[in-house]
Design a protein around this ligand. Structure first.
Ligand SMILES: *Cc1c(COP(=O)(O)O)cnc(C)c1O
Length: 396
């Protein structure tokens, strides 16, 4: 090994991917303990508390299921439990993740129709209402929506989706992917009339990747009793039969050790506190990006509908002729800052700043300052003053 120089950056990595997110030391410590029998009273007590805690975070009085899987598993659980082959569902296009949800539903044997939308502007609600109103025979069994489109950094207002369904008196189920909004932005499963909430562990809940959590309404449970798609591991009914743990297979007890701490942290800060911290960090990030682009030749906000810009992730469009990946590589390899890349057709064209989960002002300012440093090093043009603008925003 003589003569070899270790060029790995020193110090703490600033991790600003929009998922997974930073795992707080408190959660790491909570998981750093010996295994436990999942039928032991101590574990069952913890399991019950997590079940109740997730209901408070989803804001639901209905059912919750835990799956050992990524968020994709919760997508699959929802589709496999609710539908029969050939059922028609409507996907609201928001960006890359909405099209992933569509692909999964099609692969499992559903007919899928997409309500198209400009990724930078978001859904025009008239289009959704029009399609629902035209479905006089109620062939559409469900509307599939992504609450926070992690690829574009834009929010889909779910209460308005519900309103469009109510106004057209459409009985379809409403499924919402909250993987990058839960625990960061306001979410009200019951008040918004959501039938299935799809969540993952590694974003706002600040846990390692690998647990999916699904909220299920009574109406969705009723629909699931008639659904004919094959399912086993994700079968909610079978899970109910595996009492008291309600789980197919060995329960990943360490996830529940972590989730217990996550719920505790969120409730110590209060959900309102969590949402307002994310709103402040999101606004500061947008202020920095606006400053970078102020002279017309720098990076700009990808999302163009102001009131729908996300408080958990900001997608930044690169100036013409510059690829985001070269800049991200410098940020990571020289400065130890991890930023998200562009997904699907946005690859190379945008980068994404994740500002969700266990994050505070100094961490965000470090990220924004280092993004400027990486842009400067990569020769990406930008107007100065981004960090100042973020400071102004945070101080006000
Ligand atoms: C991250 C993400 C997913 C995918 O979650 P996995 O756990 O990687 O399967 C799906 N939808 C949205 C909106 C996401 O942000």
């Amino acid at each position: 090994m003589t003569g070899q120089v270790n060029t790995k950056p020193r110090g703490r990595q600033f991790f600003n991917n929009p998922g997974p997110t930073n795992i707080p030391d408190r959660i790491l410590r909570a998981m750093d303990r010996p295994v436990m029998d999942f039928l032991a009273p101590e574990f069952l007590e913890m399991h019950r508390a997590c079940y109740a805690g997730m209901k408070r975070i989803f804001k639901t009085d209905q059912e919750v299921y835990f799956h050992a899987s990524t968020g994709h598993g919760a997508w699959e659980a929802a589709v496999a439990n609710l539908f029969s082959p050939g059922d028609l569902v409507l996907v609201i296009e928001t960006g890359y993740f909405s099209l992933g949800f569509k692909e999964l539903a099609e692969t499992l044997g559903l007919k899928v129709e997409v309500v198209g939308a400009d990724w930078r502007k978001g859904l025009e609600f008239a289009k959704l209402s029009e399609r629902l109103a035209a479905d006089k025979g109620h062939e559409i069994k469900a509307v599939l929506a992504v609450h926070n489109e992690t690829a574009t950094g834009m929010v889909l207002p779910l209460a308005e989706v519900r309103r469009a369904m109510d106004q057209t008196k459409h009985p379809a189920l409403l499924l919402s992917d909250t993987i990058s909004s839960l625990g960061s932005m306001e979410y009200k499963m019951d008040a918004w009339g959501i039938d299935v909430t799809i969540a993952g562990s590694q974003k706002g809940l600040m846990l390692p990747t690998g647990m999916a959590i699904t909220g299920v309404s009574k109406k969705a449970l009723e629909a699931s009793r008639k659904a004919k798609l094959p399912k086993y591991y994700f079968n909610w009914e079978l899970m109910e039969q595996r009492k008291p743990q309600r789980f197919i297979g060995t329960v990943p007890v360490h996830f529940f050790f972590g989730l217990t701490e996550s719920i505790k942290m969120i409730e110590e800060e209060t959900l309102e506190g969590v949402f307002s911290r994310h709103a402040r960090l999101g606004e500061a990030t947008r202020a920095a990006v606006r400053a970078w682009g102020a002279k017309g030749n720098g990076p700009t906000l990808y999302g163009q509908t102001e009131e729908r810009l996300s408080n958990s992730v900001t997608t930044v469009l690169m100036p013409e002729g510059h690829t985001s990946d070269a800049m991200r590589k410098i940020a990571l390899e020289r400065f130890n800052l991890s930023l998200g890349g562009g997904l699907g057709p946005l690859m190379g064209k945008v980068f994404r700043i994740g500002h969700l989960g266990d994050l505070n002002e100094p961490m965000l300012l470090g990220c924004l300052a280092t993004t400027e440093l990486a842009m400067k090093t990569a020769g990406v043009p930008f107007a100065p003053g981004g960090v100042d603008a973020a400071i102004q925003s945070l101080a006000s």
